[in-house]
Design a protein around this ligand. Structure first.
Ligand code: HEC
Length: 112
């Protein structure tokens, strides 16, 4: 009893810390991956949407365009593309979470 009592709060604290760490890992994209995604947005998306995302073969990807779009809607367009148009599906390259994060960046507007 004397030995198990102090151990319980420790285990409780440990599992709390693990839960918190897992939770934030799910909520956030690691900074290095964020940088990769922004790079990809500028270069790969930019090859069709313009290097400054102001339009090219594809339309401009600017916040005013997406003001009425939900982040989910925008993420789905990125993941599935637009069948029958040159807009390809990006599902092989992004997880749902990454597409959602990118959609959030596009809605907010990334600096050119
Ligand atoms: C091969 C060229 C090409 C590439 C690469 C490309 N797109 Fe597109 N995209 C298009 C075209 C063309 C359209 C317009 C489709 C249509 O006619 O509805 C489009 C449409 C979109 C739309 C809908 C815009 C609107 O106003 O309706 C979004 C959002 C979008 N692209 C995001 C992206 C993102 C993010 C990437 C990079 C991960 C990307 N695209 C890469 C060609 C491309």
């Amino acid at each position: 009893m004397e030995r198990t009592l102090p151990r319980n709060p420790f285990i409780l604290l440990l599992s709390l810390l693990v839960t918190l760490a897992t939770g934030s890992a799910l909520a956030e994209i690691p900074p290095q991956r964020q940088a990769e995604l922004i790079y990809l947005l500028r270069h790969d998306c930019g090859s069709c949407h313009g290097m400054r995302l102001e339009g090219g073969l594809g339309p401009a990807l600017k916040p005013d365009r997406f003001a009425g779009w939900s982040t989910e809607q925008l993420a789905a367009t990125i993941l599935h593309g637009r069948p029958g148009t040159p807009m390809p599906p990006w599902r092989p390259f992004f997880t749902d979470r990454e597409a959602y994060w990118l959609a959030g960046q596009l809605k907010r507007g990334i600096r050119p």
